[in-house]
Design a protein around this ligand. Structure first.
Ligand code: IPE
Ligand code: IPE
Ligand code: MG
Length: 262
């Protein structure tokens, strides 16, 4: 277990829930969605926020416990300044507008990523929103903003070196996992990327070690509850072996969700 609560996919054999306990999504394709309609790219981001609302609601209804959304990568600063600034404003507006509703629906909000480059006012609103919803237990909605998987790992190592200056023989996987920004959540069971690209784009590099990967051509603003169900159905058809053989899973009489599918 990483911090006494969550199994590590490389150290333990985690349980395989029928409904993914943790879903992580790269919400891609907003720009193309808008361009197809001869609209500016940013109109796609605005519609993308509506898809976020739909998917959060669908996850609550399906009993998903953790939903992590990649909203802005550490590489997205390379975009045109006006698009970056629109995204920051959209984030701020969404926090102002949605947090009361999240709270009302029992949703805990967490934001991960390097906040040092954000406007201090945005950081203040983020922290306030996290505090307001900290006691909620129905779903943890984790938004990755100015997040990069490499940043996360490098940051965790730096943090461990600061807290253990005496250490000469390095750190264990468990220690590193515990120092990552997602240490409050189990590893994702299901990863979804919309928009057709088949890459990880520096998302949760460490935690995706044994996550089931699902790629769809659907553009993020078009992704809805039915599309989520398709992704979950695909996940349910997978055999999660965590290094073992199919025969071992059958021999152990594992529950249906963990058995090989013919
Ligand atoms: C994803 O959509 C949203 C962010 C990266 C913020 P894109 O903006 O990358 O959309 P495409 O890939 O250009 O269509
Ligand atoms: C990944 O999408 C980041 C987010 C969805 C926030 P990108 O559109 O930035 O990814 P690349 O550049 O195509 O790999
Ligand atoms: Mg993209």
């Amino acid at each position: 277990m990483t911090d006494g609560r969550f199994a590590s996919s490389t150290r333990d054999i985690p349980e395989v829930p029928a409904v993914p306990r943790h879903i992580a999504i790269i919400m891609d394709g907003n720009g193309r969605w808008a361009r197809k309609r001869f609209m500016p790219r940013v109109a796609g981001h605005a519609r993308g926020l509506e898809a976020v609302r739909t998917v959060v609601k669908a996850c609550v209804e399906r009993g998903v416990e953790y939903l992590t959304l990649f909203a802005f990568s550490s590489e997205n600063w390379r975009r045109p300044a006006d698009e970056v600034s629109f995204l920051m404003q959209l984030f701020m507006r969404a926090l102002h507008k949605e947090v009361a509703r999240l709270d009302h629906n029992g949703i805990r909000l967490r934001v991960i990523g390097d906040m040092s480059r954000f406007d201090p006012e945005l950081v203040r609103v983020i922290r306030e929103s996290e505090e307001k919803t900290a006691g909620n237990t129905r779903l943890t909605l984790c938004v990755a903003a100015n997040y990069g998987g490499r940043w996360d790992i490098a940051n965790a190592v730096s943090q461990l070196m600061r807290t253990h200056p005496e250490r000469r023989d390095g750190f264990s996987e468990e220690e590193l996992t515990g120092a990552l920004s997602m240490s409050f959540a189990p590893e994702p069971d299901l990863f979804i990327r919309t928009g057709g690209e088949k890459r990880i784009s520096n998302f949760m590099l460490w935690q995706l070690a044994y996550t089931e990967l699902y790629f769809t051509d659907a553009l993020w603003p078009d992704f809805d509850a039915a599309a989520l169900d398709e992704a979950i159905a695909s996940y349910q058809g997978r055999e999660r072996r965590f290094g073992r053989t199919s025969e071992q899973l059958v021999a152990r009489g594992l529950p249906q969700s963990e058995r090989p599918h013919a």
